[in-house]
Write a protein that binds this ligand. Structure first.
Ligand code: ZN
Length: 440
C-alpha cells in the first residue's frame, strides 16, 4: 500500500481525501442497482467491480446444497407499480427499488384498499421512509412504502402489478485473491445482496474493492482473499465449495456499514482473542478511541456462518454504526447523503493499519539480554534530546529490548507498552539492523 501511516506519520491528508472520494464514487455507481441474493443485479455489480480488480466469478446453480441450505431460484424483477382507479401511480418501482419486497412473487390483480394493506410494509415510527424487506424463502408478494403515503390513500380498488420471475438459475459471487509469500490467508468479505442501501452495503463493497486494488501492487507476506457474495446463502455456498481452504484462514473481517459517521464498532470473532480481534482493538484504540468493541454474538452478517461452531474461523465484524442501531438502517434514508468520503477513508485506514500489523508482526529475541545494551555507543540514543518524538522512539526501543525474550510478538509489546504498533515495529527494525535482535 502506498501509505505512510504504517510508519507512524499518518495524518488525514491528501491521500485520505483521495481514497475516500474514490470509494464514495464507486459506492455511488453501484447504489442504483437492484440487488438481491440472486439475479442480474448481483451480476451487474460484479461487472463493475471487475473494472477495478481481477475478480474470479463463480455461479452456483439453483438447488445446489450448502450444508443445511439450498441455493434458491433466481429472482428477476422488471417492473412494479400500484395504481388507483383513475390511473394515478401510487407507487412505482422506478422511483425506488425498495418499493418491492425483495424476492416478491409476480402478481397482477385489482384489490381493495383493505387487501392492499395486507401486502404493504411501512414504518409507522418513521412515516416518511420506505423500509427494506425481503421474503427469500417464502413465496409471497409485497410492497414497501412510506407510512404517510399509505395512510393518505382513499378507499377503493387498486391495481397491483409486479412483473417478476422466480426460476432455476444461479447464485453469483466473486472473489479476488492476492497471493502473498505464504498460502495462509486474510479473508475480507462484504455482502452484495442489498438493493439501494448506501451504508449497508455499497460502502463495504466499494471499500474492499479499492483495498484489493491497492494490495495488488504490494508484495505481502500473507495472501488476501476478498469475497463479494450474497449474505448468508452466498457465504455458505463459498464455505461449502472451499471447506479445505478454511484452515488456511488466519485472519478475517466481515465489512459492512463503513461509510457513516458513527462508531466505529468492532464485533469480536467467536474465539474472542484471535489475532484479528487484538489487532482491531489496538488500531481502534489509536485511531478512534470512541470505538465500541463488542463480544461475539450469533446475530449479524456473514460472521455468523464463518464463526459457526463447525468452522469457528477467526473472523470479526467491522462497522461504523452497528447494524440495527442507526435510524437509517434498512430504510430509504440509508442513501448517498448518509455516507461520506471522510468516513469511508477512516474505515479504509483502520483496515489498512490492521493489515500492516498482520504483515509486520514478528517475535524477536534480544541478542544482548544481560543488562541494557549501550544504545548511545551505537548511535541509537541520539534522538532523545528534549524532543518528544525522539523520546517516544527511545521508549519503544527500551520496551522492545526488554520484552524480546522470544515470548512476545511486536503486537504483545504494543499492547503492554501502550505504544503504537508502528512505533514498536520501527524500533524493532532499527534494533535488528544494529544486530541487537533476531527472530526467535
Ligand atoms: Zn442489511
Amino acid at each position: 500500500m502506498a501509505r505512510k501511516s504504517a510508519r507512524g506519520a499518518s495524518v488525514a491528508g491528501v491521500d485520505d481525501q483521495a481514497i475516500g472520494a474514490e470509494i464514495y464514487d464507486l459506492a455511488c455507481e453501484i447504489y442504483p442497482i437492484c440487488r438481491s441474493i440472486t439475479g442480474q443485479g448481483v451480476r451487474d455489480t460484479l461487472d463493475i467491480l471487475s473494472r477495478f480488480i481481477a475478480l474470479d466469478r463463480q455461479q452456483v446453480p439453483t438447488g445446489e446444497k450448502a450444508f443445511d441450505w439450498t441455493v434458491p431460484k433466481e429472482w428477476t424483477i422488471r417492473d412494479a407499480f400500484i395504481e388507483d382507479v383513475h390511473g394515478n401511480r401510487v407507487l412505482d418501482f422506478s422511483w425506488s427499488n425498495l418499493h418491492v419486497v425483495s424476492y416478491s412473487a409476480p402478481v397482477h390483480r385489482f384489490i381493495s384498499l383493505g387487501e392492499l394493506k395486507e401486502h404493504v410494509f411501512t414504518l409507522p415510527n418513521q412515516p416518511d421512509l420506505i423500509p427494506y424487506r425481503t421474503s427469500y424463502y417464502a413465496e409471497r408478494w409485497g410492497f414497501c412504502m412510506e407510512h404517510n403515503r399509505l395512510q393518505a390513500l382513499p378507499e377503493g380498488q387498486y391495481e397491483v402489478y409486479i412483473d417478476s420471475e422466480l426460476k432455476d438459475g444461479y447464485l453469483d459471487y466473486g472473489e479476488c485473491l492476492h497471493k502473498g509469500a505464504s498460502e495462509r490467508e486474510f479473508l475480507l468479505s462484504a455482502h452484495i445482496c442489498h438493493p439501494s442501501l448506501a451504508n449497508d452495503n455499497c460502502s463495504g463493497i466499494a471499500l474492499l474493492t479499492l483495498l484489493a486494488r491497492s494490495l495488488a501492487g504490494r508484495k505481502t507476506r500473507y495472501s488476501y482473499r476478498f469475497l463479494f457474495a450474497p449474505g448468508t446463502i452466498g457465504s455458505l455456498a463459498w464455505l461449502a465449495r472451499n471447506e479445505d481452504r478454511v484452515p488456511l484462514v488466519d485472519f478475517g473481517l466481515v465489512v459492512s456499514c463503513v461509510g457513516d459517521g458513527g462508531g466505529p464498532t468492532y464485533k469480536r470473532s467467536r474465539r474472542g482473542d484471535a489475532f484479528i480481534d487484538r489487532a482491531m482493538a489496538h488500531v481502534l484504540s489509536r485511531r478512534a478511541p470512541q470505538a465500541v468493541i463488542k463480544g461475539f454474538s450469533p446475530y449479524g452478517y456473514d460472521e455468523r456462518q464463518f464463526c459457526s461452531p463447525g468452522f469457528n474461523m477467526p473472523v470479526g465484524l467491522f462497522q461504523n454504526s452497528a447494524f440495527g442501531e442507526f435510524p437509517e438502517y434498512h430504510t430509504s434514508a440509508d442513501n448517498l447523503e448518509f455516507i461520506r468520503p471522510e468516513d469511508l477513508a477512516r474505515s479504509y485506514q483502520i483496515i489498512s493499519d490492521v493489515i500492516d500489523i498482520v504483515e509486520e508482526d514478528w517475535t524477536p529475541v534480544n541478542l544482548s539480554p544481560k543488562g541494557e545494551p549501550q544504545l548511545g555507543r551505537r548511535g541509537l540514543y541520539t534522538a532523545i534530546g528534549g524532543d518528544k518524538g525522539g523520546g517516544q522512539a527511545a521508549m519503544a526501543m527500551l520496551w522492545v529490548l526488554n520484552l524480546a525474550d522470544g515470548n512476545h510478538s511486536l503486537l504483545d509489546m504494543a499492547e503492554r507498552s501502550g505504544l503504537a504498533f508502528s512505533d514498536i515495529a520501527a524500533a524493532a527494525r532499527l534494533l535488528r539492523e544494529h544486530g541487537l535482535l533476531a527472530p526467535a
